[in-house]
Design a protein. Structure first.
Length: 334
């Protein structure tokens, strides 16, 4: 499009509407409105899309993003988008996955300190050592990992498809055990669901590892009738206390379908904020933990990324084919 054509923005009433039930108009005007309008203009000028993870704050999630979802949905969207620039409102591994699917496009991460304790827990060398110790055992890696680790992987998975990926790999490879890394709790939760033996790695999500079964029981006593939804990155003892366990998109779908009166989302804080805006009839009980990495992404950081076109994600050419193949194999499993 013409870079200098004036961009027609929706009215402020329309921009505010999606968050009207969860934040005061005055506050939104003062803190967010100017950045939101600047970002919407820049997106048109740059032919950019913003992909936002479900843990992004409501003013990002509801007011500037083009597509929202869990890690799986973001990977699929990155594979399909026709925009020239992808801004990842999420963390580094999500931006890397988008880049793997679009090596020729510009993928921006608005703050390059937005890492992940799971991705940081394991190196490519660690994976090579595991493979050497367990020859012939397929390696299934959570997408919360670096491109270098993905390049050592047979098939990736997310929390949204982990069970399906493990069952498919076990069936197609004719094996009854897999190497599942780096999230030990996700692997143990999938083992409990499938009975398939897992060789695990002691990586944990710093947000979900903090929840305890005692805490969940206490919330149930304080809020009789509350429906508990736990992310599978939580310890298995916590998942055992829940009524439902699934990815962030799975939790959203559960609330959309069942419309519980009271829900407790055992996960990152913004998830409840974002769902509260969509489902005002549900009361969200919030024992949440903040992800410091997700919270690095702010409206000013997104605006700056689009103004300066930084920081563009780069992946060494030598890693791209193998890392991309492990993500593509995952996306082929429906
Ligand atoms: P999902 O949104 O894929 O469930 O993942 C949660 C997460 O921790 C991403 O960082
Ligand atoms: Fe990583 Fe956990 Fe933060 Fe997700 S919530 S980015 S898994 S540290």
């Amino acid at each position: 499009m013409d870079r200098f054509a004036p961009v027609e923005l929706p009215s402020r009433d329309a921009l505010y509407a999606p968050v009207a039930s969860i934040m005061a108009r005055e506050d939104w005007e003062e803190r967010f409105a100017a950045d939101i309008e600047a970002i919407l203009r820049l997106k048109c000028e740059r032919n950019a899309v913003i992909l936002a993870h479900n843990y992004q704050t409501p003013e990002i999630f509801h007011c500037v993003s083009d597509m929202r979802g869990d890690s799986l949905a973001l990977a699929r969207e990155a594979q399909d988008t026709e925009a020239s620039v992808i801004v990842m409102a999420g963390v580094e591994f999500m931006a890397e996955t988008a880049k793997l699917m679009n090596p020729g496009k510009t993928v921006l991460i608005p703050d390059d300190r937005a890492g992940c304790s799971l991705a940081d827990s394991i190196t490519a060398e660690n994976v090579r050592a595991l493979k050497a110790a367990h020859p012939g055992v397929p390696v299934i890696t959570y997408v919360n990992s670096s491109a270098a680790v993905k390049a050592e992987t047979d098939v990736c998975c997310t929390s949204g498809n982990a069970r399906k990926v493990v069952e498919t790999v076990a069936r197609e490879w004719g094996v009854d055990r897999v190497i599942m890394i780096p999230d030990e709790f996700l692997a143990r939760n999938v083992r409990n669901e499938t009975g398939i033996e897992m060789i695990t790695w002691p990586g944990h999500c710093e947000v979900h590892e903090k929840f305890t079964p005692q805490e969940i029981r206490q919330y149930r006593r304080m809020h009789p009738g509350v429906v508990v939804l736990a992310h599978p990155e939580c310890p298995p003892e916590v998942v055992a206390e829940a009524d439902y366990s699934g990815s962030t998109a799975g939790m959203m779908q559960f609330v959309a379908e069942k419309r519980p009166g009271k829900a407790l989302l055992v996960t990152e804080c913004s998830m409840s904020d974002n769902l509260a805006a969509l489902f005002p009839a549900t009361q969200f009980v919030r024992p949440c933990n903040l992800c410091p990495h997700m919270k690095r992404i702010t409206l000013p950081a997104i605006r700056n990324a689009l103004e300066t076109m930084t920081r563009a994600v780069e992946i060494p050419d030598a890693l791209i084919p193998a890392a991309r193949r492990s993500v593509e194999r995952m996306l082929d499993i429906r």
